[in-house]
Structure formats: C-alpha cells, structure tokens
Design a protein around this ligand. Structure first.
Ligand code: GRG
Length: 297
C-alpha cells in the first residue's frame, strides 16, 4: 500500500473518530457555552487521531463489532487533547500554535484553557463510565484502569513532570529515555492495551500489544524530535525548534540525525516484530507503523 493510499484510509478513519467524539460531547446550555467552545476548538483541530485509531484497530484484530470500544476511543482522544492544551500553557511549553491554529490559551485565555483541559479529562472518565454501564462490563473497568494509569503519575503526567523539571538542566540519556517512555509511549500503549482488553484478548495478546505500543511510541517520539529539528512548520502546524527554545534536550542532543533516524527504524522494526504474532489480522497496524515511521507531520 502506498503512503497516499494509507493517507486516504486514515482521513476516513479520522472522520469516523470525529463523529464518535461529537456523539460524546455534551450539548451545552447557555452558561456553559464558552467552555464548550474552548473544548471543541482544540478537540476538532485536525489532530492525527493516532491514539483512538490505534485503539480501534487493536480491538478490531479480535472483534469486528466496534460498538463497545467507541466511548474509550473518544476518551483517549479527550485525554490526549487535554494534555496538549495544558502542555502549551505559559507554565509549561508556552507555545502559540498547535495543529495549525493558535493555541487554546491564546484564544480563550489561560483560565479557560486550564478549565477546558480539566473538563476534557473529566468528560473522558464520564464517557468511559457510560460505556462500562451500557455494556455492564468488567472488561470496560479494566480498560479504564489501564487508561487512568497510562495518563497518570506512572505514565504521561510522570513523564511530563520530569520533562518540566529537566528544562535547562544537564540530562542523562537514561532520564531522556524515561521521559519519552512515559510522556509519549505510555498513552499510546494504554490505548492499544485497552483495545485488546475490551475485545476480550488473553494475557499473551495483551503482552504482545504492550510490546508493540512501547516500540511504536518510542519511534513516534524520536520522529517527533527529528521533526522539531528538520520538519516543516507548515506540515506540522506548529513552530519547530520549540524544544531548543525551551532549553529541552531531545534525542538529537545526544545522537546525530542519522543515528536518530536509524533508531526510528530500529523501534519500528521491533514494533512490527510484536505485531507478527497477530498474523493477518494485523495488516492495517503494520501499514500504519510503516506510515508513521516516515511521517512528516
Ligand atoms: C500536560 C499532563 C500533560 C502532559 C503533556 C502530550 C504532552 C504531555 C506533551 C506534548 C509535547 C510532546 C512532544 C509530547 C510527546 C507526545 C506527542 C508527540 C504529542 C503530540 O501528539 P500527536 O503528534 O498530536 O499525535 P496530534 O496534534 O496529531 O494529535
């Protein structure tokens, strides 16, 4: 499959995710309109929707009826969007552009941006609980626990905290690895693991998807570092050299561009090896891994 063909398939899948998100976004009454507008502004800002797509496609490897995974796919994108809104705030990365648009706080002010992020995190858990109740499902509760942990102190928030504390400081390669693994790979792995849990996967399948998520997440983050150095602002929809601006060390602070590219290939190949266990059912995830390895945005 060519890059263009997979891009076309992904555009269709992104539209499906948008529809699912609309379904779970509450309709505001008059007083809530501002916060609702701020939430929608970032939620429907043309993100790649990688995490919900990964979750649904992992689920689909074992179960073709995706009804049960939909609220969780919506929730993972809500959590991801909240993290981006907060990451862009002056107290964190202080960025003006995200997904090709002004950042949330640049449009709505810091207070509303903080609340929009908080609201998305709350709505994510409310949405997952609704899913669990609708299906009266213990698997749904297990998936919620995995997602809560992946987004929390032992996952994304933990990685972000060390990232923040490490600004303008000497950082060891091990600390950078910790940041990448927790800030980026955790939520990606959590999304995939939740997909397999919800579809009734067994412990071997769960372990294989976790290995896939870790390797894919690491490849994704190193590619992110590469793009921050040599990417196009137009394609990325945000400023490049933002890590340098914030005094942050990246993979490229330790290794040459060539080695970084080699590492993306290494982790992508590891990811593909983990997928091999799932046989033909992994065809789409294989294509997606190859696509992400070569992404320019
Ligand atoms: C504020 C708790 C908290 C966490 C922030 C997401 C994040 C953690 C920071 C953003 C900075 C960054 C480079 C994180 C690494 C993960 C990553 C590559 C995020 C961007 O995800 P994409 O590329 O974004 O999937 P889109 O816009 O396509 O959804």
């Amino acid at each position: 499959m060519s890059q263009q063909e997979i891009k076309t398939i992904l555009s269709k899948k992104i539209k499906e995710i948008d529809k699912i998100l609309e379904e779970y976004l509450e309709i505001p009454s008059s007083y809530e309109k501002v916060i609702h507008e701020a939430i929608s502004y970032s939620l429907f800002a043309e993100g790649k929707r990688i995490r919900p797509i990964l979750m649904i496609e992992a689920y689909r490897m074992l179960n073709s009826d995706i009804t049960g995974v939909k609220p969780f796919a919506a929730a993972i994108e809500m959590i991801h969007t909240y993290s981006l809104i907060h990451d862009d705030l002056p107290a964190m990365d202080n960025d003006d552009y995200r997904r090709g648009k002004l950042t949330n706080h640049k449009v709505y002010g810091e207070g509303i941006a903080i609340l929009a992020g908080d609201a998305l995190l709350n709505l994510a858990f409310e949405t997952m609980i609704q899913g669990a109740l609708e299906h009266n499902s213990i698997l749904a509760l297990q998936a919620m626990k995995v997602i809560g942990k992946a987004a929390g102190v032992k996952g994304m928030i933990g990685g972000q905290a060390i990232d923040l504390l490490s600004e303008k400081q000497e950082l060891t390669f091990d600390t950078l690895h910790y940041i990448h693994e927790h800030k980026t790979a955790s939520l990606i792995t959590g999304a995939l693991q939740a997909g397999i849990i919800l579809s009734g996967g067994n412990s071997e399948q769960i372990e294989r998807i976790k290995a896939f998520g870790y390797a894919l997440g690491m490849a994704f983050q190193i590619q992110d570092d590469i793009l921050d150095q040599i990417g196009s602002e137009e394609a990325l929809g945000k400023a490049i050299h933002s890590d340098q601006k914030n005094g942050k060390l990246t993979y490229l602070s330790f290794e040459s561009l060539e080695i970084a590219k080699e590492k993306v290939r290494y982790f992508s190949n590891q990811a593909l090896e983990s997928l091999a266990y799932f046989g033909d059912s992994a065809a789409f995830l294989i294509q997606l891994t190859n696509y992400l390895m070569n992404r320019s945005y």
